[in-house]
Ligand binder design. Sequence first.
Ligand code: SF4
Length: 433
Amino acid sequence: MQEGVKMETASDINLSMPQRVIERPLQLYLFPVPEERKGTEEVKETVPSYWKGVSEKDWNDWRWQLRHRVTRLDQLKEILELTPDEIEGIRHSKGRLALAVTPYFLSLMDPVNPNCPIRRQAIPTKEELHLSKNDMFDPCGEDKDSPVPGLVHRYPDRVLLLVTDQCAVYCRYCTRRRLVGTSERSITQGNFEEVLKYLKTHKKVRDVLLSGGDPLLLENERLEEILSRLRAIPHIEILRIGTRVPVTLPQRITAGLLRMLKKYHPLMMSIHFSHPREITEAVRRACNDLADSGIPLGSQTVLLKGINDKPQIMKKLMHELLKIRVRPYYIYQCDLAMGTEHFRTSIATGVQIIEKLRGHTTGYAVPTFVVDAPGGGGKIPVEPNYVISREKGKMVLRNYEGKVYEYPEPNVIEFKKTRLMGERRAATRKLIG
Ligand code: SF4
C-alpha cells in the first residue's frame, strides 16, 4: 500500500507455523489421482513430505494453506534443494519483498531444479540484490496519481483501488513490491470511507478495479462490504477484481465466496497466470466455478525471462487458459521494479511472441502485448507491424505468413458505392417506366 495508508490485520488469519514431520531425504507423495486426471501431464500437485500427515480436508482449506505459508529459509531447506544463489536471495529478502509461498504452490515446484518456472517466480535469488540503473521505486508512477490513500486515478473513467497489501505468494518480479507484504493488512475503514467520498463526487468513474495485494485474501464479509458499497454508487457500472489467488491458492474459491460475488454483477476478474504448469486440476476447478458464477475471466501474464519468454510456452498457456474459460487478455512487458532486471526480456521478445500467435492460432488466444509506460502514462500496446505501406487510395499489408495484400481505402469504395447506387436507380427507373 502507499505511504500513509493505514492497514488493519485480517482478524482470523493465524500466521503462526504448524507442527510438522520432517523427513530426509525429500520424498513426495500424491493424493489419490482422480480417474479423469490420470495420464495427463498436468498432474503436478504433489504434497512435499514436509506436510506428510496433513489431511486432504486441511490441504484443501484455504485458511490452512495461508496459515502454513512457508516464509523462512530453514523451512525451504527442508522442502527444496536450494542453490547457494537462492540461499543468499532468501537471506536478504527481508526488507526488499516479503517471502511467502503457500504449501499448494510449493507443491508444484521441482524440488531439485532451480530453473523450474514455478520455483523461479516465488523463491528469491541473489540476482534480486542487484539494482540496475533503470530500476524504479514506483515503476508505473501510481503514487503520483493517487488522490486518496489506497486509490489510483489515472484514466478518466476508471480507478484502481488497493484493498490489501497481502498476497498468498509474493512474486519476485512484483511491480508493486514497494507496497505488498509490508504489513499484510487491509485498507482501514477510515481510508475506505475517504475513497467512497472521492468516488461519489467523481461521476465520470464507471469502473473500479480492486487490487492490492490480492483482494481475494480478504474475508468474504470484508470483501462484500467493499463491493456492496461500491455497487451502491449509481455511476459505477462495472467492478473488477485483479487476483492471482485462483493460481496460488485455488482453495480460496469456495461456494460461499462464489455466492457472495454473484450478487455484484457485472463483476469481472483478471487472473494473473505465468506458465502452463500452473494450470492444475485445482485451478481448473476454481476457474470453472468462477465462470459458472457468471464472472467473465481474463488473464494477465508478465513476460518473464527464462520462465515464459518462448512462443511455444506462451501458446500452450493461452490454449490451456481458453480450455478453462479464461480469455487471454494482456501480456505485460516486465516493469522496471527494483531488483527485477534478471526477469526482463527485450520488448522485441514480446512482439515476436505475438507474431507467433496472431494468425497461427485462435484469435481468442491472442492477448494484447503492452508496455506500462515507465513513470506513468498507462498501458501502451506494442504489436508486430502488419502495414507495409500506405499510399493514396490503398494500404499494403502483410499477413501472418508474410504474404502481401492490398486493401483499397474507403474513398475508392465510396466512389464504387455511389456508382453502384446510380446504376441501381437507373435500372429501377427503367423497370417502372
Ligand atoms: S500476486 Fe500480484 S501483487 Fe501479489 S506479489 Fe504477485 S504480482 Fe505482486
